[in-house]
Every structure is written in structure tokens, then in C-alpha cells.
Design a protein around this ligand. Structure first.
Ligand code: ZN
Length: 462
């Protein structure tokens, strides 16, 4: 700017644009603001409702708060606020409360603008304070930044995020201990309807065995990090998806999006899409509730079953008291700390490993699956998933022709040894189970030994 002239509205809008840019860098919708008094910037603000868990954290509100603190006064007499996007009703209301002298904005907002686009709060003759409004300053630069942001998030992205879903930011999964594998994504399975499914797929496509590792609630593929290297070391392929709502997969906003048969369908389609053959199905918890119903649909694809603490819920026998207690806990404390759940049963785990189980869930909005899954276990004969589970029970008892191995974490209060002994009796040709006296529900946390035993068991001799 020229030193001889006072700074113009355009000059201050450039500073607001810099704030908007910083918002975009943080993954927030790029809107920025500055508050100016007597030709001096006294406060800045950028939009960050997601990062701060704060629906009111619009750039204007953030800047107004800072300006008021700076001045030591909740009235901002004589101040001008510059913002890159036409303010919404909330922000316009806040400006009127602040007795702001002037507001200058860049782009108009046809969806929520309250300075003329949708409504005009600044032109209400019955409000006694009047704030002067000027729009359209650097409008093109301001709207271009917004367009670029949304283009990158939608059009430029091979897996655009559905409006009714959330996606955990990538930086939550940076540098997790013992989990070096590259993420892979699919969003075009028919059942996904555009939701992005994350999975690991490591090892050669033509390997002699493919270990299909299915996790349960509230875990994700991280649970298999001790077993995957053993399988890869044997020259095999490993495929480990994150169920929708978990891990790095997309998370529907509504609890009611989750259904037993829908999750099952996603897994069936994944197996077909990746054309998995000579599969050893590796299951635990929901990985088994869903996964044990898969092989009967394509038995030729499956060579083996490695089953850890899980069950088939057929709706014709009572659910275990341990499971009912877990379901009750989830209902009464829906925001329970996932990391602490792992720490409690696994004193051998480091703090960083436990924290990795919280990574997928930055806030309550991302936790719909955690709320939805416990009540989704079929309990009565007509419940969704009960009939297909009964068919699966018949399959394992009467038709299963592959090899099997069972490992039981004996410390598990939820799906522990009694539940597993009952399941064992119904798996055709299953040898006596491996017993792990130290392991709890999340048996895979002791998985390296199990994986080594499984490699010996499932690989043809020689
Ligand atoms: Zn606003």
C-alpha cells in the first residue's frame, strides 16, 4: 500500500483473505476476518468450528471476541469488521450487539447471507443500532478461494464426502506405532453408495493364502498390526478393511444408518471386488458376527477360518450376560474413552498404542457406529441378521470343508471361553482351541503368537 494514503477497504480485505487461507489449510471452510479501528488492525479471526467443536466459531465471531478483549469493552464503537464472505444471521446479530460502526464483506453468500442475500438484518428499521454495510470488496478473490476449497473437497477428490457422513482428518492417523501400511480406498461398491471404505491390502495378489482380517466394535484394522507382519513374512496377502463408521472409513452422521445386513453386504461386495481367493477368514467380535455369515455365499473362495472371541447371534438363545453388561455400559456411557477400554484389559500396551484406538473418533459426531453396534446384535428370532446367522450356523456345522483354528482370550468378560466353547462345538473339524490366559476380548493384541501358529496350521506342509 502507498504510505502517503490511508489503507483502503481492499487492503484490509487482503488481510482477511490471509486469515481465510489459514482456515483452508486447517481443513475448515475458508472464511477470514479482521477488525480495524483508527486505521489499525486490532483483531483477526478465521473460521474453525470443526477444530474447536464450536458451532459459533465463525471468523467474525472469533474476531469480534478478540477485539472486545483487546479494547476491554463489549461495545466496539468506531470499529470496522472486514470479512471475506457475507455474514450469516448469527454473525450479523453479534455485530449489531457489538454496536459495530461498519461491516465490509467480500463474496455474497446466497445460501445463508444475512446482509442482503437471504435476508438483511442490517436494514431492519426497528433495530435501533445501524451498522453501515459495504459488500463486494475483492469479491472475486474471496469467492475463488471458497470455490477452490470445495472443488478440492468434491470434484477433485476421487472419493467425495457425502453430505450425511463425516471423514476423520488424515492427520489423526499420522505416525501411529506399528502401523506403517498405506491406506487404500473404495467408494464404488454398490452398497457403499459413495461412502469411502478404507482397507489395507498388502502382499502379492497371487499369494498362496489371503488373510481377510475383520475387526469389531470399537476397533479398526489397527487391531491386526501384530498379526499382519507375520502373515506377510510367510509370503501371503493380507486384506484388512475398516467397517464403515470405524477407523479410516467414512462415518455416517446418523446412528440409524447402521444395519446388520448392510454391513454384511459391503463385506460381500468387497470380497468379490478384490476377487479374493484361498482366503483364511480371520475374525473377532463384530468381525465374526458379520464375517462368519460370508463364506456360505461363496465357499470356493475360502480355505480357512481363524476365529477369536466372537459369536454368531442367531436370536434363539439368550445373549451372554457379559455382552448384555457391555451393551448396558455403551447405552449409559455413550462417550466412553476407547483408549481406556484397551488400556484396562491390556497392561502391555503403550499409551500411544491405546491412543491410536481413539484416533478415528475426534468427537461425538464421529461415534455413530459406536452407539449403533451394540443394540444391533441380533437378540430375538426376527431381529435383522438373526435368520442369516442361523443359516451360517448350519453352514459351519454341516458344510464347512476348510481348515479351522480357534484362539480364545480367557480374560474376556464379554465373549469369553463359555461363548467360544459353544461356537467351537458348531464348527466342523475344528481342532482343540488355543487358550491365551493373558488375553482379553481384544485377542489380537496378543496376536503375533496366534499368527505364527496359524501360519503353521494353514500352510500346506512343505
Ligand atoms: Zn457467521
Amino acid at each position: 500500500m502507498c504510505p502517503a494514503q490511508p489503507p483502503s477497504d481492499e487492503d484490509f480485505m487482503q488481510l482477511a483473505l490471509a486469515q481465510a487461507h489459514a482456515a483452508a489449510e486447517a481443513g475448515e471452510v475458508p472464511v477470514g476476518a479482521v477488525v480495524v479501528r483508527d486505521g489499525q488492525v486490532i483483531a483477526t479471526g478465521r473460521n474453525h468450528p470443526i477444530g474447536s467443536h464450536d458451532p459459533t466459531a465463525h471468523a467474525e465471531v472469533v474476531a469480534l471476541r478478540e477485539a472486545a478483549r483487546t479494547l476491554g469493552n463489549y461495545r466496539l464503537d468506531g470499529c470496522t469488521l472486514y470479512v471475506t464472505l457475507e455474514p450469516c444471521a448469527m454473525c450479523s446479530g453479534a455485530m449489531l450487539h457489538a454496536r459495530l460502526a461498519r461491516v465490509v464483506f467480500g463474496a455474497t453468500d446466497p445460501k445463508t447471507g444475512a446482509a442482503g442475500s437471504v435476508l438483511d438484518l442490517f436494514a431492519q428499521p426497528r433495530l435501533n443500532h445501524q451498522t453501515e454495510v459495504r459488500g463486494g470488496v475483492l469479491a472475486e478473490a474471496c469467492s475463488e478461494m471458497l470455490r477452490d476449497f470445495f472443488k478440492e473437497r468434491r470434484g477433485g477428490n476421487p472419493h467425495p464426502l457425502r453430505d450425511d457422513a463425516l471423514r476423520t482428518p488424515d492427520d489423526r492417523f499420522k505416525d501411529l506405532p506399528g502401523y506403517p501400511w498405506a491406506p487404500r480406498y473404495l467408494s464404488d461398491l454398490p452398497a457403499l453408495q459413495g461412502l469411502r471404505l478404507h482397507h489395507l491390502d498388502e502382499g502379492p495378489a497371487d499369494a498362496s493364502l489371503t488373510w481377510l482380517c475383520l475387526h469389531g466394535n470399537p476397533a479398526w484394522s489397527y487391531l491386526y498390526r501384530h498379526m499382519i507382519p507375520v502373515f506377510l513374512g510367510a509370503g501371503d496377502r493380507v486384506v484388512a478393511p475398516d467397517l464403515i463408521g470405524f477407523g479410516r472409513s467414512d462415518k455416517p452422521k446418523k446412528d440409524s444408518a447402521h444395519h446388520f445386513l448392510w454391513h454384511r453386504q459391503v463385506l460381500l461386495e468387497l470380497v468379490e471386488r478384490l476377487d479374493l481367493r484361498r482366503v483364511v477368514l480371520v475374525v473377532q467380535d463384530w468381525g465374526g458376527l458379520l464375517g462368519l455369515t460370508l463364506p456360505m455365499e461363496a465357499p470356493a473362495r475360502y480355505a480357512g477360518l481363524l476365529v477369536m472371541n466372537t459369536t454368531l447371534a442367531c436370536g434363539d438363545a439368550p445373549l451372554s450376560p457379559g455382552f448384555l453388561a457391555w451393551r448396558e455400559m455403551c447405552a449409559s456411557r455413550p462417550d466412553f474413552d476407547v483408549a481406556r477400554l484397551f488400556a484396562r484389559g491390556n497392561p502391555q500396551m503403550s499409551e500411544a498404542e491405546c491412543a491410536a484406538y481413539n484416533a478415528p473418533f475426534p468427537d461425538r459426531g464421529h461415534r455413530a457406529a459406536l452407539r449403533a453396534f451394540p443394540p444391533m446384535v441380533p437378540e430375538l428370532a426376527d431381529d435383522e441378521g438373526a435368520a442369516v446367522s442361523r443359516r451360517a450356523r448350519d453352514f459351519w456345522r454341516e458344510q464347512w470343508a476348510g481348515r479351522s483354528l480357534m484362539a480364545i482370550g480367557q480374560q474376556d468378560p464379554v465373549l469369553g471361553e463359555p461363548v467360544m466353547r459353544a461356537l467351537h462345538a458348531g464348527i466342523r473339524g475344528c481342532p482343540p482351541p488355543l487358550l491365551l490366559p493373558q488375553a482379553g476380548h481384544f485377542v489380537q493384541e496378543h496376536g503375533a503368537d496366534i499368527a505364527r501358529a496359524a501360519v503353521r496350521h494353514f500352510h500346506p506342509a512343505g
